[in-house]
Design a protein. Structure first.
Length: 584
C-alpha cells in the first residue's frame, strides 16, 4: 500500500479528533521495516532555536595569542547544540576529525537533560531513559555529519549502556556502509570487584566515516610512550627493541600436540603454535628467548620494527587507561578532583595519529570537550611540526569550561609547575581563543537582520581563520587580515564605494592568490555585484545575513514544534518500543 495514499485517507476520516488524526499520520510516517525506534523527547535548548539564531561572541581577555603563524584553537562555552548550529555557517564540510565522549547514560547522574518542563538527571528508573538519550544524540550527530568533509571521520567513546543503540543510530544517520569499526579499549588497569558477575574494565570506540569511498586511516607508527610500555633490548639485538610472545598454546586449544627440540637438546612436548620446520627457522634467526637458563618455555621475539606501519586492530589494550588520565589531571592541577572521568591524552593521540598527519592542516572537533583532553593531545601532536587546529565545545555547568577546560589548556600552553614541583615547559606554538554562545531573534525584520550582521563578524573571523583587525575608527565596516586571508564586512550598503580604497589596501597586503572576501549587508540575497564593478576582479562577494540564514536553514528546528499526542499505554512501556525490529 502506498504511504501517501494511506495518509490522504486518514486526513479524510470522519469521527476522529485532530489529535487522533495527527497520531495516526505520525505512526504511518515513522513506521520502519528495520531500525531503531524511540519516542522523540523535547529539549529546552532546541526550543530556544525555534525563536533564536545562535552566534558566537569572543571573550577577548581569555585569548592566549603567541603568534600569527601558530594554529588558532577555539574553545566555545555554551550548549553544544547551539554551538554546532553556529559552526554550520563557519565549518560545514570542513571538519576532518570529530572525537566525542558523550554521556554514557549509566543512570548514575552522568546525563542531564533539559526538557521543556524540567531540568533533571536521567536515572535508571526513568521510563524514557533511552529515548531521551537517543533524542539528545540524534540532533547533534545529524549536524556533526554536515560538518565533516567527504573524507572525514568521527570517533565516539561509549560503554555498554548505549553501545548497541548508538551503533544503530549511527547506521541510520551515516548509513551502515560507512561503519569502520567498534574498537574495545581497556579503560582501567586494576579491577574493582564490586560487580555481581563480571567486572567491566572496558569501553568502546565507534569509528564511522562520512564517505567510505574517500576515507582511509593511517597505519600505526608507535610513539615513544608506547615503546616504554614493554619494548626493550636486553641482549642488544641488532634488530632493535622487542617484546616476547608465547609459542606454546593452552592445553585446551585445537592445535595438535607435538615435540620440539630446544637449542640445548632438551625436548618439550606441547601444543605449539608453529611446526618443527618453523621452529628451526626461529632458532637459526636467533628469535628465541628461553627463560630460567634454558629450562623455561621458549618465547619468540616480536620486534617493534615489524609492528610499525601495521593497520590498527580493534583491541586497544596498549593505549593509556582512564587511571592514567586522572594522573595527568593531577599533574596539571595538583589534584585529581578537577574533573571526573577524563580521557587520557594517549587515547586521543592514537586517534589523531590514525586520522591526521603533520603535512595536512587538519581541523579537529570535540563537542563534548569535558576536561579538554582533545586540545591537549592535538597540541602535543603538533610538536611533530604539524599545524592541526582543534575546536572544543562544552557548557559551563559547575564552571567546568572556565575552571577546567580552559584552565587546563592555558597551563599546557603557557607552562606550569606539576604536582611534584617540577616546571613543565609550555607548548607555546599555539593560540587559544575563547567564545560564548549568544542569540539573535529569528524574526527577519530589518532591525534583526542588521543586528545579526554586526554580531556575525566574529563568526566570520572563525570562518576565515583571520583575526588581525585592520586599524580604523570607522563604524560602517570592519576588516581583518592574516597570512592566508583578508576580508571586510560592510555594515552600511550606502558606503560601498568608500570601501574600494580599503579593499585595494587589503589586496596589496596579500601573500597569496586568494581574493579579498567582501561581506556586505543586504536586505535580501543580492550582494550589490554591479556596485563593486570597479574592484570586482579583486574580490569575492557574499550577502549578509542571507548566507547565515542559508547555512542554518537545514539544521534549525521548525518555528512551531509538531506535537504528536501519545496514547496512555505508550507512556507505560516506552522501553518496550526501543528495539531493533525486522519486518522484512
Amino acid at each position: 500500500m502506498n504511504k501517501q495514499d494511506l495518509i490522504s485517507k486518514i486526513k479524510q476520516l470522519e469521527g476522529i479528533s485532530q489529535d487522533e488524526r495527527a497520531y495516526l499520520i505520525n505512526l504511518v510516517n515513522t513506521k520502519k521495516k528495520y531500525g531503531l525506534v524511540w519516542e522523540d523527547k523535547p529539549e529546552a535548548v532546541e526550543e530556544q532555536l525555534r525563536e533564536n539564531l545562535p552566534v558566537l561572541k569572543e571573550v577577548k581577555d581569555k585569548a592566549i595569542i603567541n603568534g600569527e603563524d601558530y594554529p588558532n584553537h577555539i574553545l566555545i562555552e555554551g550548549d553544544n547544540l547551539h554551538a554546532l548550529t553556529a559552526l554550520t555557517f563557519t565549518h560545514e564540510g570542513k571538519i576532518d576529525v570529530i572525537y566525542i565522549d558523550p554521556p554514557y547514560n549509566t543512570g548514575n547522574k552522568d546525563f542531564r537533560y533539559n526538557d521543556t518542563f524540567k531540568d533533571e538527571y536521567i536515572d535508571k528508573e526513568n521510563p524514557f531513559r533511552h529515548s531521551t538519550w537517543l533524542s539528545f544524540m540524534s540532533r547533534r550527530l545529524k549536524i556533526a555529519k554536515r560538518l565533516l568533509n567527504e573524507s572525514g571521520v568521527i570517533f565516539i567513546s561509549i560503554d555498554d549502556n548505549e553501545q548497541a543503540q548508538l551503533k544503530l543510530l549511527c547506521d541510520e544517520i551515516f548509513t551502515e556502509n560507512n561503519f569502520i569499526a567498534n574498537c574495545v579499549r581497556r579503560r582501567r588497569k586494576t579491577q574493582a570487584n564490586l560487580a555481581k558477575n563480571i567486572a567491566p574494565v572496558h569501553e568502546y570506540l565507534l569509528i564511522i566515516s562520512k564517505n567510505i569511498n574517500y576515507f582511509s586511516l593511517n597505519k600505526l607508527e608507535y610513539s615513544d610512550d608506547f615503546i616504554k610500555k614493554g619494548f626493550s633490548n636486553p641482549d642488544n639485538d641488532p634488530r632493535g627493541l622487542y617484546q616476547t610472545g608465547p609459542l606454546a598454546r593452552p592445553k585446551n586449544s585445537s592445535n595438535r600436540e607435538h615435540t620440539l627440540t630446544m637449542p640445548n637438546g632438551r625436548q618439550i612436548t606441547a601444543k605449539w603454535s608453529c611446526s618443527e620446520e618453523t621452529f628451526a627457522k626461529y632458532v637459526t634467526e636467533n628469535r628465541l628467548v628461553i627463560p630460567r637458563g634454558g629450562d623455561g618455555m621458549p618465547r619468540i621475539k616480536i620486534f617493534l620494527s615489524e609492528l610499525q606501519g601495521q593497520i590498527a586492530n580493534t583491541w586497544w589494550e596498549d593505549v593509556a587507561s582512564n587511571d592514567e588520565a586522572a594522573k595527568e589531571i593531577e599533574e596539571i592541577f595538583g589534584t585529581n578532583a578537577a574533573f571526573i572521568f577524563p580521557k587520557p591524552t594517549g587515547l586521543i593521540k592514537r586517534i589523531l595519529e590514525l586520522s591526521t598527519n603533520k603535512f595536512d592542516d587538519k581541523i579537529i572537533l570535540d563537542f563534548f570537550a569535558g576536561s579538554g583532553t582533545t586540545l591537549h593531545a592535538t597540541m602535543e601532536l603538533n610538536k611533530d611540526g604539524g599545524n592541526r587546529q582543534c575546536i572544543l565545545v562544552t557548557n559551563n555547568e559547575n564552571n567546568i569550561c572556565e575552571e577546567v577546560t580552559y584552565e587546563r589548556n592555558k597551563r599546557v600552553i603557557q607552562g606550569y609547575t606539576n604536582a611534584k614541583g617540577v616546571a613543565v615547559e609550555g607548548l607555546k606554538n599555539n593560540n587559544l581563543r575563547y567564545y560564548k554562545s549568544e542569540f539573535v531573534s529569528r524574526d527577519t525584520s530589518l532591525k534583526n537582520k542588521r543586528e545579526l550582521t554586526y554580531l556575525a563578524t566574529e563568526l566570520l573571523c572563525i570562518k576565515e581563520d583571520c583575526y588581525t583587525a585592520f586599524p580604523s575608527k570607522e563604524k560602517w565596516f570592519k576588516a581583518f587580515t592574516s597570512k592566508t586571508a583578508q576580508f571586510i564586512v560592510i555594515y552600511d550598503e550606502v558606503r560601498i564605494e568608500d570601501s574600494f580604497e580599503i579593499i585595494e589596501i587589503l589586496h596589496t597586503q596579500k601573500t597569496n592568490d586568494n581574493p579579498v572576501k567582501v561581506y556586505v549587508f543586504s536586505h535580501g540575497q543580492y550582494p550589490f555585484t554591479e556596485d563593486f564593478e570597479e574592484v570586482l576582479p579583486l574580490i569575492t562577494l557574499c550577502a549578509l545575513p542571507d548566507a547565515i540564514y542559508k547555512a542554518y536553514q537545514n539544521v534549525l528546528p521548525k518555528k512551531k514544534r509538531e506535537v504528536v499526542p501519545m496514547l496512555e499505554e505508550d507512556a507505560v512501556g516506552e522501553e518496550d518500543n526501543l528495539f531493533n525490529q525486522d519486518q522484512a
